[in-house]
Write a protein of this length. Structure first.
Length: 145
């Protein structure tokens, strides 16, 4: 049963690392990570059409925290987790990734309408299925560990 939280831990650490890379100036993959409309305009409001360093760091640390919460389920990391986070954390994570997989019904997720952009193609092939996997694994971890 440790397969599910360990898999999520590794995936979340990888995605967190990519966000740290972007926050500190890396560009690899950034052009395919933000939804665009059919004209190629990025659908996030920020200077330069990319999220701010602060916003990217918030996501990176959030993903890191999610990874550590999964890892805590299989291995005591030696720090105290508030009881409400221990009780609801993985359920919240599962819900977040399920909602991300479902999407906004326009640019992101399984039910998106815009399907021809670079982001949309990658979202259909990789991002949304990965979010479904993360959600499923978090739910399994919640109920069996």
């Amino acid at each position: 049963m440790n397969f599910f939280p360990i898999t999520n831990t590794l995936i979340l650490l990888t995605i967190s690392g990519i966000h740290f890379f972007w926050a500190f100036g890396g560009k690899w993959g950034a052009d395919a990570a933000i939804p665009t409309n059919q004209e190629g305009k990025k659908m996030l409001n920020s200077a330069g059409n990319f999220p701010s360093v602060f916003a990217t760091l918030v996501v990176a640390f959030g993903l890191l925290a999610m990874a550590l919460l999964h890892l805590e389920k299989v291995q005591s990391l030696g720090f105290a987790i508030p009881s409400w986070i221990d009780a609801y954390g993985l359920k919240i994570i599962a819900g977040i990734f399920l909602l991300r997989a479902i999407g906004d019904f326009h640019y992101v997720g399984i039910f998106k309408k815009i399907k021809e952009t670079k982001f949309a193609i990658l979202d259909t092939k990789y991002y949304s299925p990965l979010c479904l996997l993360l959600s499923f694994n978090a739910f399994i971890t919640t109920f069996y560990l």
